[in-house]
Ligand binder design. Structure first.
Ligand SMILES: *Cc1c(COP(=O)(O)O)cnc(C)c1O
Length: 224
């Protein structure tokens, strides 16, 4: 039950060990507008989309004015559909994407908030800047005229092995703090999905993106 899941999660999530409130972003890919609205009615304030087409299809059917995050891989030619409708671009994973969001935002007369995605596990299947390039990416992107960098996003490798996950999550927190020391806009460390959010919050994440734990297992229509 979506309602029960949301109430339970909101009760559990609370604060991280640094005393920061943790924001729950519901990852809504494949979910119907009806399910999304149920989650919002139960207390979800933030939703995150992966696909521009889905985002557009459901935009008007979603009620309650949630904050809209974009969390999936984003093609530059689709940025135009998101401008002015997105609270936080979490998946800025390459300079060309940042340039496009900044250019389109400038034209629309808005400043867009974003996170820099870091490929913390150095995985070929995941997007994002390499960890060692994180500061340089921040410097380049924060200098763009219509973009404001608000923090970092990462996806940990898909494993249960805490001996692998914990050091990576801690490295992300360290990079986040390094950037925050030089920039007051830095406030979000978005890290944690259904399988690893508790560990991520323990290591200092203050934003988690949960799909399965909110809505249950996903059903992909296209699956054979
Ligand atoms: C789908 C997705 C999530 C949520 O995944 P769950 O394991 O279902 O919680 C989080 N972040 C991103 C970028 C996603 O694509």
């Amino acid at each position: 039950m979506i309602e029960e899941n949301v109430k339970k999660l909101l009760g559990e999530i609370g604060e991280n060990p640094f005393g920061e409130k943790v924001t729950l972003v519901a990852a809504v890919k494949t979910q119907t507008a009806e399910n999304i609205n149920r989650a919002i009615a139960a207390g979800i304030t933030d939703i995150g989309d992966n696909h521009v087409q889905e985002f557009r299809d459901k935009y008007d059917a979603v009620r309650g004015d949630p904050r809209r995050h974009f969390i999936g891989h984003l093609q530059t030619n689709k940025v135009k559909y998101l401008i002015g409708r997105t609270y936080l671009y979490q998946s800025v994973d390459r300079p060309e994407l940042a340039e496009e969001i900044s250019k389109r935002s400038e034209r629309a007369g808005v400043v867009s908030d974003c996170l820099i995605q870091i490929n913390i596990g150095n995985e070929e299947t995941k997007g994002g800047f390499e960890f060692d390039d994180g500061v340089a990416a921040y410097e380049k992107i924060s200098a763009m005229p219509a973009l404001r960098v608000k923090g970092l996003m990462a996806m940990l490798p898909f494993t249960d092995d805490e001996a692998i996950l914990r050091p990576l999550a801690k490295k992300m927190r360290e990079l986040f703090e390094r950037l925050r020391e030089r920039d007051d806009n830095i406030e979000h460390l978005s890290m944690g999905m259904s399988g690893d959010w508790k560990l991520c919050v323990e290591c200092g994440s203050n934003m988690v993106r949960l799909g399965t734990s909110v809505f249950g297992p996903r059903h992909y229509d296209a699956a054979p």
